[in-house]
Write a protein that binds this ligand. Structure first.
Ligand code: NI
Length: 393
């Protein structure tokens, strides 16, 4: 079966490159992927797959039936949105939409998802069980997975596979990670309310700016003394708002930031820990406070058995040298984790680096992806889907 999958994927390769160039040149922002969705539907129907558009707002879902009509689905998720970046990569198929760019490789993901569907649909014997392809919008804004799940795409799904490009490993290699792949990312907003006064008479006021400075410093210092150093926490205040004039003591400050963590227990404890520090800092000086901790997306926790399955399939397809264990998780976020609340799953990294030059990171205006990765991703996913169903027998 692996030889057959390789043969079909190799034959499809030029078409897949064309698809990728089209998607790259016509990027669309999160939640606005209408043309992308229509294009995906067109490609799927050209290989006999019926797709449903407008699932999860601008997403697309397609299903490939298996022999056992009653079996639950294996889902394969790829994302399709671009970023508000003016592309400066020197490629012939550069973005035709100024200020919008596929700088996170979601054009590669969509192509790999389409290629996997095309390969599996072209097999002479159907898979033992069905596969559901999820083309998800709005990953960059961490909204799309919620929209898709809200429209029921995880109903009847037994397991889910995902893929993300990775420029720091060479094109055509697969990165495997057991356990935590990405971090939980939550939003934090702290309001500190003091009392205004003359800048020369601090004893008659409650200085919200000075207290805010204490809050930031205490939070950062106490991470190192109160949080388990083996369960990382990154707390970044990215915005401060407050104050009206140089000689007026500020009565109101807003601190806005992001909180990243890897361990689910740490994440559960974070809102209480932050609130306790803010309270203990404000109270002695008579300031009032409000802490808003909004959960964003959880950490992607790769399922051990499914991770082993994709690793074994990648090794069988490409040899051990093209499969790397990823030793460190990322503190970036990925809303693939939301699907994992409904079924076990795994996401692997697809190398898109060029071995002979420096590779700008994801979200960089000069980011480029090595297209060798497309066939690598397609064969790995298609063979993983086959083996998944074969193992379940
Ligand atoms: Ni991405």
């Amino acid at each position: 079966m692996l030889d057959r999958i390789h043969a079909i994927a190799d034959k499809l390769a030029p078409r897949l490159i064309e698809i990728r160039h089209h998607l790259h040149s016509q990027p669309e922002l999160s939640g606005q992927e209408y043309q992308t969705a229509a294009y995906i539907t067109g490609v799927l129907s050209s290989c006999g797959l019926k797709a449903q558009e407008l699932v999860g707002k601008t997403g697309v879902v397609a299903e490939l039936p298996g022999v056992d009509a009653a079996a639950d689905y294996l889902a394969i998720r790829t994302d399709m949105d671009a970023l508000p970046i003016l592309e400066r990569a020197e490629v012939e198929f550069i973005s035709q939409k100024p200020g919008v760019m596929h700088a996170c490789g979601h054009d590669i993901h969509t192509t790999v998802g389409l290629g996997t569907a095309m390969v599996l649909a072209a097999l002479e014997t159907p898979l033992p069980g069905p596969v559901r392809f999820l083309f998800q919008p709005a990953e960059e804004t961490a909204q799309g997975a919620r929209w898709m799940i809200g429209d029921g795409v995880m109903t009847g799904v037994a397991a889910i596979l995902g893929v993300h490009v990775y420029p720091s490993i060479p094109g055509g290699t697969i990165g495997i990670r057991y356990g935590a792949l990405t971090a939980a990312a939550d939003d934090l907003e702290i309001e500190i309310v003091g009392e205004s006064g003359h800048g020369a008479r601090p004893h008659e006021a409650v200085d919200a700016i000075w207290i805010a400075a204490q809050v930031i410093t205490t939070l950062q210092q106490s991470i190192s003394r109160t949080q388990n150093p083996l369960h990382p926490v990154v707390l970044t205040i990215g915005q401060i708002q407050g104050g009206r004039a140089p000689n007026v003591i500020a009565d109101h400050v807003r601190l806005i930031g992001t909180v990243r963590s890897l361990h689910p227990d740490t994440r559960t404890a974070l809102p209480g820990w932050i609130e306790a520090i803010v309270a203990a800092t404000c109270q002695p000086y008579g300031a009032k406070y409000k802490v808003k901790y909004r959960p964003g997306v959880p950490s992607v926790q790769n399922d051990p058995a499914l991770t082993q399955l994709t690793a074994a399939c990648a090794e069988a397809a490409w040899g051990n040298d093209r499969v790397q264990l990823i030793l460190e998780p990322s503190l970036g976020a990925e809303d693939f984790s939301l699907y994992l609340d409904h079924a076990p799953g795994t996401m692997f990294r697809l190398g898109v680096g060029f071995p002979d030059r420096t590779n700008p990171p994801l979200h960089h205006p000069q980011f480029q992806a090595n297209e060798d990765a497309i066939v690598t991703g397609v064969v790995t996913l298609a063979y993983s889907a086959y083996r998944y169903w074969q193992q379940r027998g």
